[in-house]
Write a protein that binds this ligand. Structure first.
Ligand SMILES: Nc1nc2c(ncn2[C@@H]2O[C@H](COP(=O)(O)OP(=O)(O)OP(=O)(O)O)[C@@H](O)[C@H]2O)c(=O)[nH]1
Ligand SMILES: [Mg+2]
Length: 476
């Protein structure tokens, strides 16, 4: 069930957790009034989402003739990115039309990344400090950088980037409408399907509302949305500082020591900051494919495909993959024709955001075994995407050892072929031991941000799902 964060007993009922999260013992009339307003709004949003999920489910049941395809997998596995690739193949104009609305997501991704770096420098500054005070044996670039000048340069960068980082929450609130979900991960910003339309509508209706404080005498930006125009101006001003921070040897050091963790999309957008901070920037399709926003509930996407002179409507259901979201999947199982399960095999050195003790590959395999064992899915056409192969290759090339995180990997070579085969074998075994019937498992090694390669895979998968669908229909 979806929950709004921090709901006190007046809204939630009388359970012990609610008491723990209850209102403060002493609050002024003004604070109480503001709190109650927040509660009512949170409840309204939560109820609306529950209603939307119910309606999605009813639509799903009614669409008897359509091919129904579920995209399943843990959070960040690449489901929504794969959905964008389907959209690009079947309705390229619609994705093109959406490009501008992704700007706010990309801005949020950039600002969030900068804040993560600055937090990392604050939390682990003593490591940098130790380095500063230790004489360097050689005059490598890294060694030269850890001088008092370095320390003061970080302080200056932090000061100069304050105005940019200050808009993070405003962007997050605009995107998720102030909604916070329990069990979704600690730093998530969440969207429901159709958010592109809502952000655009809110732009025209609430011009100026939720706008961050003006930066004053700044370069102009052309975006009609005042918030986006304001963040764009801040980015233009901060561009050189962002580049200096991202390339700073202290940051490289903390990234290397894994004290700062930058997600893949953060790296991608920080590398592209010159372009993103340009006046009049409009995201490219490649930017849209790299943009990261967490899905909540189930997002339905319909498209029409011509199969041998026959027009067939496909319905694709893109789910939220975080643990707190998985209970919303089951009602869609009994009617599904096909599942694409997306597993990010680059994630061997990562842990779940919602449960920092669980290795992401382990979680992905466990979740896959539950899907394979589910009786409602025993006849479903099952496709496995072992995704993020590009990132896996990069990590291995950087020397990140698999056996350090997956001890059973032992002394096998730390090379792409060996590692990808090892994970593939595990998924195949899990399917085999949870598949009493004759269901076939179709496997593809993918990088769903690679449009050319992914489009070929999608056509192949789509046609094979459709052949299965026709076969089933003939048996009925
Ligand atoms: N480099 C690379 N990035 C990828 C790949 N697949 C997905 N991503 C990126 O990973 C991030 C997460 O992808 P999403 O598609 O949002 O993940 P999701 O499975 O929909 O996640 P939830 O909605 O939280 O369940 C995005 O920034 C994507 O651009 C890939 O194969 N390679
Ligand atoms: Mg998603």
């Amino acid at each position: 069930m979806l929950r709004a964060n921090q709901r006190p007993p007046s809204v939630l009922g009388d359970d012990p957790f609610s008491h723990a999260l209850g209102p403060p013992a002493y609050e002024s009339d003004y604070e109480r009034h503001a709190r109650l307003e927040r509660e009512i709004e949170a409840k309204r949003i939560s109820d609306r989402i529950d209603d939307e999920i119910r309606r999605d489910k009813e639509r799903f049941k009614r669409a008897k003739q359509d091919v129904k395809l579920l995209l399943l997998g843990q959070a960040e596995s690449g489901k929504s990115t794969l959905q964008k690739q389907f959209q690009l193949l079947h309705s390229p104009a619609s994705l093109d039309a959406e490009r501008a609305s992704w700007k706010i997501v990309i801005f949020y991704n950039v600002v969030h990344a900068i804040r993560s770096i600055l937090n990392g420098l604050e939390n682990w500054g003593h490591l940098v400090h130790q380095d500063l005070s230790q004489p360097r044996s050689n005059s490598s670039e890294e060694g030269e950088s850890f001088t008092p000048v370095t320390r003061s340069s970080i302080t200056q960068l932090r000061l100069r980037l304050t105005a940019l980082v200050a808009v993070e929450q405003v962007l997050a609130d605009r995107l998720s409408g102030g909604l916070k979900i329990t069990g979704g991960g600690k730093n998530g910003v969440y969207v429901r399907s159709g958010w592109q339309v809502t952000t655009q509508v809110s732009v025209t209706r609430n011009k100026g509302k939720g706008k961050a404080r003006s930066t004053g005498n700044t370069p102009e930006d052309t975006d009609p949305d005042e918030l986006i125009a304001d963040v764009a101006r801040r980015l233009q001003i901060a561009r050189d500082d962002i580049i200096s921070l991202h390339n700073h040897p202290a940051v490289a050091k903390l990234l290397d020591k894994k004290k700062i963790r930058l997600e893949e999309w953060s790296e991608f957008f920080l590398d592209q900051i010159n372009r993103i901070a340009e006046r009049g920037y409009v995201p490219t399709i490649d930017d849209v494919l790299h943009a990261r926003i967490q899905t909540i509930g189930i997002a339905e996407h319909a498209f029409v495909v011509q199969h041998n002179n026959r027009t067939v409507q496909w319905r694709m259901y893109d789910v939220g993959g975080a643990r707190g979201q998985r209970h919303t999947w089951a009602p869609f199982f009994d009617d599904a024709n096909a599942i694409i399960y997306v597993a990010p095999i680059s994630a061997y050195d990562q842990y779940l955001e919602e449960d920092p003790l669980t290795n992401r590959i382990e979680d992905s395999i466990q979740l896959f075994s539950q899907i394979c064992a589910n009786k409602l899915l025993k006849n479903v056409h099952l496709v496995l995407f072992l995704n993020k192969t590009d990132l896996l290759k990069k990590k291995l090339a950087r020397g990140t050892r698999v056996s350090k995180y997956i001890t059973s990997y032992g002394k096998r070579p730390n090379e792409y072929e060996a590692v990808s085969n090892y994970f593939k074998t595990h998924f195949v075994q899990v399917h085999r031991s949870n598949n009493p019937g004759q269901r076939v498992l179709y496997i593809h090694m993918t990088s769903v941000v690679d449009t050319k390669a992914t489009q070929t895979v999608i056509i192949n998968v789509r046609d094979s799902i459709f052949r299965g669908y026709l076969k089933d229909a003939a048996l009925v």
